[in-house]
Design a protein around this ligand. Structure first.
Ligand code: ARG
Ligand code: ZN
Length: 476
């Protein structure tokens, strides 16, 4: 039952101010409009997704306990978030789309809450101090509904004939758990997923254990390395499962819809080789777990690089496996700071598959580049620049993937084949488990090569229209 609307609790406010000398408190009170400094913002300020994420705190851990009935499509959830306030908070938001909230506590004390679109607005009984650690528990249930992205794709918890395909880029995490739903805030995760016996629930990271009782099976997963909410999954189906450990000690868990197994198996078998090849170029694999989830989800239309274990809507081809695996370095370990920088994910993953092709008997990256470059000025490839797509509807468009990869190829031509992999490796190492921006990447390239590269990169990344052919004289 939803709690009544309430204004921030007076005792909490007094608690905050009591530590401040009275005269200073009076000064602060007149200097800032009432409550403005103590209300967490509804978003982190992303230009394309203004309500994504929230202000005023950071989450360090999510503990998600979910029970899903694959027949009725009913989800029962409890999310426990461990967070830390980055400012005084009388009120803060989580992102949650649909579902019914049945209770919220902050540090085990019942909190007031209300829904406002995708914002779950929480007013704790006691205001939080800047720097204070706190724990929020949200219980909720209902039938999850995917959101429709600006590009028209379904995103989030997408029911299938035997379970659910769960992928959340860029917004869908909030369709199945309350989150600080922006890649700026990364956290570790625990998942306890209960599904009907015979179904398998696959999340990120390492499988801690399973237990079957009274017709249901519970799967416990642990994702230790920090993860953006959009990369979380809890995909459910009647899967065939295989587990093994690679020579590098990476724990692999594959879950495959039997109807896709024939086409998927030869590709999934390549994963250890792809991980080893990518590690050779990008540096050590950033996670302790890996694997693939191959579902049959005809309504989805894409795969996602869910952390440690990409999820595919049908049997992937090798190129797609290489792409999603490269995202583990570029996108998952090194995260975006805003969705505008999406080329740092998609351009890099696309270029990884060009490189893979080049070194495995396919066309050279130069040939792939040339073929794309031959497209006329009016082609969609040149419709907008990759590092400034202009809207959330364009973040998964051809310019982001293909021209983003072309920008990396132009960079490679400028710095040479020897220096180029060092840049990729340094990017992955310096921002491992963290974040990066396009400006950071350009600065890193210039710092490590001593070359002036910003003209070239800015043209390929930011200039409208078809760039002049890179390399000048001597370029084939
Ligand atoms: N990042 C995914 C990839 O590897 C694409 C996700 C597309 N998502 C969407 N909502 N359109 O290419
Ligand atoms: Zn991608």
């Amino acid at each position: 039952m939803p709690a009544a609307r309430r204004t921030p609790s007076a005792p909490g406010r007094i608690g905050v101010l009591a530590t401040v000398p009275v005269a200073l408190a009076a000064l602060l009170a007149t200097a800032t409009p009432a409550a403005a400094g103590t209300t967490g913002a509804a978003g982190v300020g992303d230009p394309y997704f203004p309500l994504a994420g929230n202000g005023g705190y950071h989450v360090s851990h999510y503990d998600l306990t979910l029970r899903y009935d694959t027949r009725s499509r009913h989800l029962d959830g409890r999310a426990v978030l461990t967070a830390r306030a980055s400012q005084p908070l009388t009120r803060f938001d989580l992102d949650l789309s649909g579902l019914k909230v049945t209770g919220v506590t902050v540090d085990h004390t019942r909190a007031a809450y209300r829904r406002d679109g995708q914002e779950l607005v929480i007013t704790p009984r006691h205001a939080l101090r800047a720097g204070q650690r706190f724990r929020v528990t949200v219980t909720y249930d209902g039938t999850p509904k995917p959101v429709t992205d600006p590009d028209g794709s379904p995103d989030g918890w997408i029911a299938t004939d035997d379970g659910a395909f769960v992928a959340g880029e860029p917004q869908g995490a909030m369709t199945w758990f309350p989150a600080d739903n922006h890649p700026l805030d990364k956290a570790s995760y625990d998942f306890t997923l209960t599904v009907p016996e015979g179904r398998t629930a696959v999340a990120n990271g390492v499988l801690l254990g399973t237990r079957t009782a009274r017709g249901t099976t519970t799967f416990r997963w642990h994702q230790a390395e920090p993860m953006a909410a959009y990369l979380a999954t809890a995909t459910i189906g009647a899967f065939k499962v295989r587990q093994y450990t690679t020579r590098d000690g990476i724990r692999v868990y594959d879950a495959v819809d039997p109807r896709e197994a024939g086409a998927a198996e030869p590709v999934l078998r390549q994963l250890p080789a792809v991980l080893a090849w990518e590690s050779g170029i990008f540096g050590p694999y950033p996670f302790r777990a890996a694997g693939s989830i191959v579902d049959r989800a005809p309504d989805v239309g894409y795969a996602l690089e869910t952390q440690t274990r990409p999820v595919y809507d049908s049997a992937p081809d090798l190129d797609t496996l290489v792409h999603e695996t490269a995202h583990q370095w570029f996108g998952d370990s090194v995260s975006l700071t805003t969705w505008k920088d999406i080329w740092l994910n998609e351009g890099f993953a696309t270029y990884a598959s060009w490189l893979y092709g080049e070194q495995h008997g396919g066309p050279s990256a130069q040939q792939t580049f040339d073929k794309l470059y031959a497209r006329p000025a009016g082609d969609e490839l040149w419709a907008y620049p990759p590092a400034d797509p202009g809207s959330g509807a364009r973040i998964f468009g051809t310019p982001v993937y293909a021209r983003g990869a072309m920008a990396l190829h132009a960079l490679r031509r400028a710095v040479g084949d020897r220096a180029f992999p060092h840049l990729l490796r340094a990017w992955a190492a310096e921002h491992r488990s963290g974040h990066g921006t396009t400006a950071d990447f350009i600065a890193l390239c210039e710092r490590l090569t001593g070359k002036n590269l910003s003209g070239l990169l800015r043209t390929w990344l930011y200039a409208p229209g078809k760039p002049a052919r890179p390399g000048g004289a001597g370029t084939p």
